[in-house]
Ligand binder design. Structure first.
Ligand code: 5AD
Ligand code: FES
Length: 348
């Protein structure tokens, strides 16, 4: 197994058979070795830096019905909200004062926010805070819409592919098309965005063969960012009674992704912090180098409930900022408040 891990460390690639063997046969010693190599790789690229992104969850209205997600349209128990443009700018202002230079605008697929409105919001933020990066995470759109947002000043786009298994994708996303999801990601790259893909871990029925598909897909897409986290059941969804993903599997996948894509920006996600009190720290030690503390107004925090037990829903932006900084430093890493753009060193 060490041989396969060394190969992944040196060549940043493995065959499907090797990836499957790695996932099927890792013992504890191998796991530690994998994590060690992932850590070494991140130190060789971005060093001990952990980049901070301010997350603004600006609408929890959503027209989709993803079976795992707490803000799916069919969940009539979800308490819906939308932030106004002024409220979004207010969150940015607070974030800017706290030192954030990336704002991530995330929301459900909410037709209230037309392309015009998104363009206006992006322009307003860029106008006031010209030295910040804007990341959008608002789902599937046409090439033309993506292009308009980009021209308005959006720099990055997050759209997890959720799972690269077409069969599992179609089971989990009624009425949605796997091909369109993939089309979106390639369009975003072609337009010039720094693009984030990603998937969940521990979905009902998900197998190691499915994770191999995720890894092969990531290698093909070569995204700038990869967001992964455990699936966590939400009680008011069709998957509310299923088991969630584990810390261990998520850590293994983070380490493999760091080795597969050495230059990738890889968040230790809120979901990971929600299943284990030091989940994000463990993720950072396994190669993750981004955290996305919440900047949404506290009045709406609890309402952006994609899953049960989400952390940070009661904390002010300043508290999250301090809390996460303390955690990063205690884990032996340093906080980087710059825009934190993807960097291409070529040699990796
Ligand atoms: N558990 C974990 N992650 C979830 N997401 C949505 N619902 C859940 C859940 N129940 C993730 C999806 C989405 C991202 C914003 O949150 O991967 O892309
Ligand atoms: Fe939000 Fe710790 S990061 S309270």
């Amino acid at each position: 197994m060490k041989f396969i891990i060394d190969k992944l460390y040196l060549e940043h690639n493995l065959s499907e058979e090797e990836l499957l063997e790695l996932l099927n046969n890792l013992n504890d010693e191998d796991k530690n070795y994998l994590i060690e190599k992932a850590h070494e790789t991140r130190m060789n690229t971005y060093g001990d830096k952990v980049f901070m992104r301010g997350l603004i969850e600006f609408t929890n209205y959503c027209k989709r019905n993803c079976k795992y997600c707490g803000i799916r349209a069919a969940n009539k128990l979800a308490d819906r909200y939308r932030l106004t443009q002024d409220e979004i700018l207010e969150a940015c202002s607070e974030g800017y004062k706290l030192g954030y230079r990336t704002f991530v605008l995330q929301g459900g697929e909410d037709d209230y926010f037309t392309d015009e409105k998104i363009v206006q919001i992006v322009k307003a933020i860029k106008n006031r805070y010209s030295d910040t990066a804007i990341t959008l995470s608002i789902g599937e759109k046409s090439y033309d819409s993506y292009k308009r947002f980009y021209e308005a000043g959006a720099d990055r786009y997050l759209l997890r592919h959720e799972t690269a298994s077409r069969e599992l994708y179609e089971k989990l996303h009624p009425g949605m098309s796997f091909d369109n999801r993939i089309r979106c990601l390639f369009d975003l790259k072609a337009i010039g965005y720094q693009v984030g893909a990603g998937f969940m871990i521990g979905l009902p029925g998900q197998t190691n063969e499915d994770y191999v598909k995720d890894l092969v897909f990531l290698k093909r897409l070569e995204p700038h960012m990869v967001g992964i986290g455990p699936f966590i059941p939400h009680k008011d969804t069709p998957l509310g009674k299923e088991k969630g993903g584990t810390l261990e599997k998520t850590i293994i996948m983070l380490a493999i992704i760091r080795l597969l894509l050495p230059k990738v920006l890889l968040p230790a996600t809120t979901a990971l912090g929600s299943i284990d009190p030091i989940g994000r720290e463990k993720g950072i030690k396994a190669g993750a180098n981004v955290v996305m503390p919440n900047l949404s107004p506290t009045s709406v925090r609890k309402k952006y409930a994609l899953y049960d037990g989400k952390i940070c829903t009661g904390d002010e932006a300043a508290e999250c900022r301090m809390c996460i900084e303390g955690r990063i430093k205690k884990a032996g890493f340093s906080v980087d408040m710059s825009r934190g753009d993807y960097k291409d060193w070529g040699k990796f």
